[in-house]
Design a protein around this ligand. Structure first.
Ligand code: SF4
Ligand code: SF4
Length: 120
């Protein structure tokens, strides 16, 4: 499978369409230049549910086991919660590709993602 086919296999178009209609979708409607916005994931909230992976058109996210350093930085209750979810969490290895569509922010069931303009 090439990269495009792999991305298409991950995407859930129905979920992305629903997120696109959300009245509070932040960002620039996918028109931002890459590198001008970033997404941040709150690890105390994220439960590794994968919705961000399924809606991001630019393959920014990867859900995997939380790094030890990030796990150690969580509070006691957040560590318990994370363990209950197999320590899965979302990382953003391709955040430089984000076009600020805002779909991940409104699709995340845990409200764990914020989208921020770089430098402001
Ligand atoms: S950030 Fe939200 S949508 Fe992404 S894996 Fe975590 S809980 Fe799921
Ligand atoms: S805002 Fe960025 S990270 Fe989120 S779905 Fe859109 S392109 Fe992907």
């Amino acid at each position: 499978m090439n990269d495009d086919a792999m991305l298409r296999a991950k995407l859930d178009r129905a979920k992305a369409r629903k997120a696109a209609k959300h009245p509070r979708r932040p960002g620039e409607n996918c028109r931002a230049a890459p590198g001008t916005w970033v997404v941040r994931v709150d690890r105390a909230r994220c439960e590794g549910k994968n919705d961000c992976v399924e809606v991001c058109p630019y393959d920014v996210f990867e859900v995997r086991r939380m790094d030890d350093q990030d796990f150690a930085a969580l509070g006691f209750l957040a560590r318990l919660k994370s363990r209950a979810h197999g320590r899965l969490t979302a990382y953003t290895p391709r955040v430089d590709q984000c076009h600020a569509c805002g779909l991940c922010v409104v699709a995340c069931p845990e409200k764990a993602i914020v989208l921020e303009r770089v430098g402001g």
